[in-house]
Design a protein around this ligand. Structure first.
Ligand code: UGA
Length: 425
């Protein structure tokens, strides 16, 4: 099938590369000429495992290309995906400006029946109140000129392509059967259950999933905070809890709180939408408050051990997740901010995310390896569980002035490195 994808962030690119890998002819549309160039040269504009090779191969087979020209891309496509960002505005509500613009542009270039599919995470009502309305305002008729679907994604950064190709489920919300059937056909050959719903339900499934996962992590963190002073290892506790098939073992890794471009903004947007609907979502509010405190805990623990003023503190791990260079809402941001506020001299290291972190904190020191960061440090904080850090051994910490290490993630091998303190274990 011929597919057009508007917006080439994590979601758009994973969808494009994933569909092209399944033999569909995909055209990506973006407003950034550099991105378009990168894609057409077979270079993935983001760091994401597996993406470079798959992109190169699909571009080489003429199954994947990119353009600035929406009209040309749409002309040859049966399905048009919208995968533009949906950030939060200053009041915590979902900002619809990109969805609004993309759907107006699509409406202006629509000729012949096409299915328009929202892939961006949008609060319930958005697809019908913005996308459908914009198309209708341009004189297009639902069912005749266009079909409308909402097909949420469930990709984790760092595993985006793998999650796209091997999903737990495919959710397709549609206004009518014909449009939904076309989208379902795109996923032929994917080994996953397909759930067909109306549009608003599909939109809500995405928010409810992210809200639940954020709550699950926060629950593990809370149990960890209770376990720590009692001398109980929360990781063993959660192993025992997760073996209950009603609960499951995933997303129970306690640590320095969730970050990234999704959980914080999506929980906030769901909270705002709930309030708008006349309900006070106390649980979601508590999740955000508890998570904000959790992200400050590493500095709190360090402060209880030393006066941070003038001390050299190494921060290992700047990305919000391993295997990504994305630092949005990463625990390292709160940590470095807290350390600087207490007068510490901060030196940081990350295998991939230094360039992005430098945009947030241009004035701190950047080391070229974990060893360089640890050398002479009064203390160290580990904020991301990169594989590289898992291989650190006790001798790697010997170059520190004091071997005080606070782990925000359960990174170090307990058998090799025993003398370190976890944020909530
Ligand atoms: C999340 C969801 O997992 C995806 O299903 C969803 O599609 C995506 O948001 C989205 O809405 O686009 P992502 O934020 O990329 O994916 O990455 P996760 O692996 O979920 O991690 C989010 C945060 O939770 C990270 O800071 C991670 O360290 C933290 N986390 C995760 C924990 O603290 N403990 C865990 O057990 C798991």
């Amino acid at each position: 099938m011929d597919v057009c994808i508007v917006g080439t962030g994590y979601v758009g690119l994973s969808t494009a590369v994933g569909f092209a890998g399944h033999g569909h002819r995909v055209t990506c549309v973006d407003i950034d000429p550099r991105r378009v160039n990168d894609i057409n040269s077979g270079r993935c504009p983001i760091f994401e495992p597996g993406m470079d090779g798959s992109m190169k191969s699909s571009v080489g087979k003429n199954l994947l290309k990119a353009t600035l020209d929406l009209k040309a891309a749409m002309a040859s496509s049966e399905a048009v995906f919208i995968s533009v960002p949906t950030p939060c505005d200053d009041d915590g509500r979902m900002d619809t400006k990109f969805i609004d613009k993309a759907s107006k542009d699509i409406a202006g270039n629509l000729s012949g029946y096409k299915v328009i599919i929202v892939k961006s995470t949008v609060v319930p009502g958005t697809t019908e109140n913005i996308v459908k309305k914009n198309l209708e305002a341009a004189g297009k008729e639902l069912g005749t000129d266009f079909g409308l679907c909402m097909n949420p994604e469930f990709l984790r950064e760092g595993h985006a392509l793998e999650d796209f190709l091997r999903p737990d489920r495919i959710v397709i919300g549609s206004t009518d059967k014909k449009a939904g059937d076309l989208v379902q056909k795109l996923y032929d050959g994917f080994n996953a259950p397909v759930l067909r719903t109306d549009i608003k339900t599909a939109e809500m499934i995405k928010y409810a999933s992210n809200g639940f996962l954020a709550t699950k992590i926060t629950f593990a963190n809370e149990i960890g905070n209770i376990c720590k002073p009692l001398g109980i290892d929360v990781y063993k506790v959660m192993e025992g809890v997760g073996l209950d098939s009603r609960i499951g073992p995933k997303f129970l890794r306690a640590g320095c709180g969730f970050g990234g471009s999704c959980f914080p903004k999506d929980v906030q947007a769901l909270l705002s939408k709930g309030r708008e609907a006349g309900y006070e979502p106390k649980l979601l509010e508590t999740v955000l408050e508890t998570n904000a405190k959790q992200r400050k805990l590493m500095v709190h623990h360090l402060k209880s051990k030393m006066d941070l003023k003038g001390k050299r503190i190494a921060v290992l791990g700047l990305a919000f997740n391993p295997d990504t260079d994305d630092v949005r809402e990463s625990a390292a941001i709160d940590t470095v901010q807290g350390l600087l506020e207490h007068g510490a001299n901060v030196i940081v290291y990350d295998p991939k995310a230094m360039e992005n972190f430098r945009k947030v904190f241009p004035g701190i020191k950047y080391a070229s390896s974990s060893r360089e960061a640890l050398n002479g440090a009064d203390a160290c904080v580990i904020a991301t569980d990169w594989e590289e850090f898992k291989r650190l051994e006790a001798k790697d910490f010997k170059e520190m002035k004091n071997s005080i290490v606070i782990e925000g993630r359960r990174t170090l091998d307990r058998n090799k490195v025993k003398s370190f303190e976890g944020v909530c274990w």
